[in-house]
Design a protein around this ligand. Sequence first.
Ligand SMILES: Nc1ncnc2c1ncn2[C@@H]1O[C@H](COP(=O)(O)OP(=O)(O)O)[C@@H](O)[C@H]1O
Ligand SMILES: [Mg+2]
Length: 367
Amino acid sequence: MELEVHQFISYFEPEQAAQLCQMAIVEKHTEQKVVFEEDDIPDYLYLVLEGQVEFRKKTACDKYHVIAVAKQNEFFGEFGVLDGQPRSAQAIAYPDTVLAKIPRAQLMEILDNTKGYVILKLLSYIIRHLRATTAQYVNQMIYQEKMSLIGEMVNTIIHDFRSPVTGIQLASAMLKETHPDEDTIEWCDIIQAQVKRMLGMAEEALEFASGNAVLKKKPVKLTTLLEHFEKLNRIYFKDAHVHFKFDVPEVLVNVDENKLLRVLQNLISNAVEAFKGNGGCIEVTANNNDKFVKIQICDNGPGIPEAIRDNLFDPFVTHGKRGGTGLGTAIAKSIIEAHNGEICFQTNCKGTTFYIDLPHQLDANCS
Ligand SMILES: Nc1ncnc2c1ncn2[C@@H]1O[C@H](COP(=O)(O)OP(=O)(O)O)[C@@H](O)[C@H]1O
Ligand SMILES: [Mg+2]
């Protein structure tokens, strides 16, 4: 956009607007660029003419946290310009961003001589932005609070689970020993594998809650993974009258196998639960493009209730189940995103399809 029509300039009388345009320095950033660092002394007010700028604050563990974004026709850096205090966050311009910067001293001079209504417009913009940033911050705090609640909850679960689960493990080991025929050994192995996964799930939910998921990625054949998944769930599907099938090409995915099994389990259990004992079909298919392995998980159930479609992936969003935690899809999303992938879904009253895009294993070699 042209500088002359930027909203900040339009607040001023024509003569002052012209002065501002004259003193503004227009800069185009083709690459991502730090505009200013947290604690820098403010020297300019910035108007965004193209692209966008992200504001990030360093957290206690030296990670950056995005607190706001300024888009075309917005401006930033006004707090520092007005009160002279150091910058409160780092500002990063995205590639292809065009900024016009107005030197602080000259701007203050113009503001000193400007009409009251100009200042009012400026003030109302600042208040609007402050409100939006505060709301975003409060939402983040609530989210973190929820996460730490999950942490506590899962801690208790893990603790209380251990002894009955160890009991199951011992019993199945005994069974295997006393009845060493092929069938019993196979079923006992399934019991033990499932028990192990139960403990794994609880521990992973804890990891998810504390936000420090560590991936143990390795190349895995998608077919092998699905065969393993099918074997683990054979009895579950049979009891629920579910026809489970998969038809995927011979592709390798570079994933943390247990975590991807978790994603499948969470999504597919939801589909099974949605059938409500009436049975149904679940099919996993996949295809490949140059960037992603694209996996689809399709069921012919009643569809995801409308009330939760917009925030399905948020933690604690559950519907129509006794004892639903509302964590299954949130965990699935966090795992897929930790693999630099994406997940979304389509749903209607005839069924639901989840789409998972996982980057090709070549891309992910660096992990
Ligand atoms: N395939 C599906 N078909 C119908 N409803 C679904 C499906 N997947 C998810 N849902 C709905 O989304 C809700 C949230 O799922 P999830 O995050 O796994 O939490 P939970 O299963 O503990 O409720 C479920 O309660 C269910 O109502
Ligand atoms: Mg679930």
